[in-house]
Design a protein around this ligand. Structure first.
Ligand code: CP
Length: 304
């Protein structure tokens, strides 16, 4: 496919193909010279309408390692502030011969809209509450590295499920690849209608931890609209914080993931985030190979 808009739109075979391609690029990252000429002559534009540390930097590194030319747009200094629409921004940049757009946007569906107005590839780097497909791909890649296969793996996603695009993309990707997914959060941010996606839902943290091989811990998005009804950070930590004591009762070798940014002492304690079960920084590193694979595959895909 020429775009990566969400994992909802991919088959299990397509997901596996991206992950296998990423393995090749991960091997490249172990070499002295980490650069390959795969996208020489192409130009990528990174359009981040929302803040980002990991995604923005790892897309830029991935593009540079593929020998792609890179344009980092400062959206706060762009003509968006003068009222230019996303479609016009995209079409004008395409007139400047942009081949790949990487876009993060506060509005769910913004990458889908952009893809309708440009022939260039569009890669979703997180859109509102909708999807964050490359995050889920790197999460899944990290799980595959640890466990070999996703089939039958019990993965619990714990935290602010309601507002999380990471949760949505992980649910699509993990269930398609055969993992058993449990969602856990306080009732106020636990969307029970997600049962339709074939996941288990609970507000009991110990139930979510009981048989889990891996957990993906999410940040509480206190900046969101209904945050007034959220438990306070200290209440949340007491009831749902992932701490050493909490994990002690469950599988000794449980894998702990977090997409970042971490709010230490709210959803996770520092001794767990930095402890032996944590693969949080492995996830960040794997983001480069996974994004190299995505950029390579979308830009070499046949146009329909
Ligand atoms: N995981 C993630 O999307 O982090 P950033 O917001 O820093 O990109």
């Amino acid at each position: 496919k020429k775009d990566l808009l969400g994992l909802e739109y991919l088959t299990a075979e397509e997901l596996s193909h991206i992950l296998e391609t990423a393995e090749g690029f991960k091997e490249v990252s172990t070499r002295d010279i980490k650069k390959v000429p795969a996208l020489r002559g192409k130009t990528a534009a990174n359009l981040f309408y929302e803040p980002s540390t990991r995604t923005r930097v790892s897309f830029e590194i991935a593009e540079k390692r593929l020998s792609c030319d890179v344009v980092n747009m400062d959206m706060k200094a762009s003509s968006v502030l003068k009222g230019e629409t996303l479609a016009d921004t995209g079409r004008n940049l395409e007139a400047l011969k942009i081949d790949i757009f990487v876009i993060r946007h506060h509005m769910a569906g913004a990458p889908n809209v952009l893809s309708q107005f440009v022939n260039a590839s569009v890669v979703n780097a997180g859109d509102g509450k909708h999807e964050h497909p490359t995050q889920a791909l790197l999460d899944i890649y990290t799980l595959k590295e640890k466990f070999g296969s996703l089939k039958g793996l019990n993965v619990s996603i714990i935290g602010d499920i309601s507002h999380s695009r990471v949760a949505r993309s992980n649910i699509w990707g993990l269930t398609k690849l055969g993992a058993n997914v449990t969602l856990c959060a306080p009732e106020i941010i636990l969307p029970h209608d997600f049962k339709q996606f074939g996941v288990k839902i609970t507000s009991d943290l110990d139930e979510a931890l009981k048989d889990a091989h891996a957990i993906n811990v999410l940040r509480m998005q206190f900046e969101r609209d209904n945050a007034a009804a959220f438990p306070s950070p200290s209440q949340y930590y007491k009831q749902y914080g992932i701490t050493k004591d909490r994990l002690k009762k469950h599988k000794k070798d449980i894998i702990v993931m977090h997409p970042g940014p971490i709010n230490r002492g709210i959803e996770i304690s520092s001794d767990v985030a930095d402890g032996p079960n944590s693969v949080i920084l492995d996830q960040v590193t794997n983001g480069i190979a996974v994004r190299m694979a995505v950029l390579y595959l979308v830009s070499t895909a046949k146009r329909g």
